[in-house]
Ligand binder design. Structure first.
Ligand code: NAP
Length: 314
């Protein structure tokens, strides 16, 4: 049996693993097959404290994994299929590996970007379709760009893209934006931003050079139209990766795990959550790493309390 199992091998999970391993708790880290959101979006992390010249995202995560292993963590690649948190020790089923038991569990499975699921989207990833303006905005230089979504992320991406693109069209399926009033006011100050509201994306159009535009349904006219653009940014939100929990832990209305404010405690003793899976607000590599450290400290204190309980019982 493990004292601590960390589910998730992104920044939050590895940060928790480093601190748990440093405390001699020999954690098992289960790292899924899907790469961390931060590897998809952030090849070059230029805001990570201590690296004035920036740091390459994959290298940062590789180094974190090495650091955790160096202190005694074990890292296994595999998908967690389900967990049983109804009784202690907690049981974790790992696909192709079997069941492991743990006195405590740190959930750090992150969140995945939502996609439109329309024709042409997947086929044109890397050919003009992107989910991250800050990573690839430069490629919009002098071109028309399209951003899909009506939330804060979409408007923020659009504002960022005005640095490079000749014009940025925000396509949103309703007439009302979901973004905060402040963000809407900011976005409306940019002359380069055009608005295509009440339009649902139908198909990503492309030629041999990549994306050429987005076919949409205009709900005002009831007919299809094409919005031209060489770059298309999908910014329709994220979805926390909690399927394997099968509703055993409380979530907010968007599915993010709920933790006791100011802690990483989930409500089940010895089960902690950190990183994007419990963070609908910040979504930064630095905040994920910070909350991983918090989870490790909470976990260590919990395991200490078990030792005290056992000593009193003797
Ligand atoms: P969000 O608030 O959930 O907005 C997602 C947007 O995408 C919505 O407008 C939604 O349309 C649209 N959408 C969803 N599925 C779609 C589909 N299949 N086809 C077309 N459109 C679709 O997500 P977010 O913008 O990523 O923001 C997430 C959270 O982070 C929010 O709490 C936000 O305030 C916060 N955030 C804050 C900042 C900031 O303050 N600087 C920046 C970014 C994010 P509907 O409106 O019709 O549902």
């Amino acid at each position: 049996m493990y004292k601590a199992v960390v589910i998730g091998g992104g920044p939050a999970g590895l940060s928790a693993a480093i601190h748990l391993a440093r405390a001699n708790l020999e954690p098992l880290v289960i790292k899924g097959f899907e790469p961390s959101k931060y590897l998809i979006t952030t090849m070059e992390v230029d805001s990570y404290p201590g690296f004035p010249a920036g740091v390459d995202g994959p290298t940062l995560l590789d180094n974190m994994a090495k650091q955790a292993e160096q202190f005694g963590a074990r890292i296994r690649i595999g998908n967690v299929q389900r967990v049983d948190l109804s009784k202690r020790p907690y049981a974790i089923d790992i696909q192709g590996y079997g069941t492991v038991e743990a006195e405590s569990v740190v959930i750090a499975t992150g969140a995945s970007f939502k996609l439109l699921g329309i024709p042409g989207e997947e086929a044109n990833f890397g050919r003009g379709v992107s989910i991250c303006a800050t990573c690839s905005g430069y490629f919009s230089t002098g071109k028309k760009a399209i951003v899909v979504g009506g939330g804060d992320s979409a408007l923020e991406e659009a504002i960022y893209l005005t640095r490079y693109a000749s014009e940025v069209t925000i396509v949103h399926r309703r007439n009302e934006l979901r973004a905060s009033k402040g963000m809407q006011e900011r976005a409306r100050q940019y002359g380069k931003i055009k608005w295509a509201l009440n339009r649902t994306p139908i198909e990503v159009l492309a030629d041999e050079h990549g994306v050429t535009g987005l076919k949409v349904m205009n709900h005002e006219t009831g007919s299809e139209e094409v919005i031209e653009g060489r770059r298309l940014y999908v910014a329709i939100g994220t979805r926390p990766n909690t399927g394997f929990l099968e509703g055993q832990l409380p979530t907010n209305e968007r599915g993010y795990l709920l933790v006791k404010p100011g802690t990483t405690e989930t409500g089940i003793p010895g089960v902690f959550a950190c990183g994007d899976v419990q963070d609908p607000r910040y979504g930064q590599i630095t905040s994920a790493i910070g909350s991983g450290c918090m989870a490790a400290v909470d976990c260590e204190r919990y395991l200490d309390s078990l030792v005290v309980e056992e000593a009193v019982a003797l």
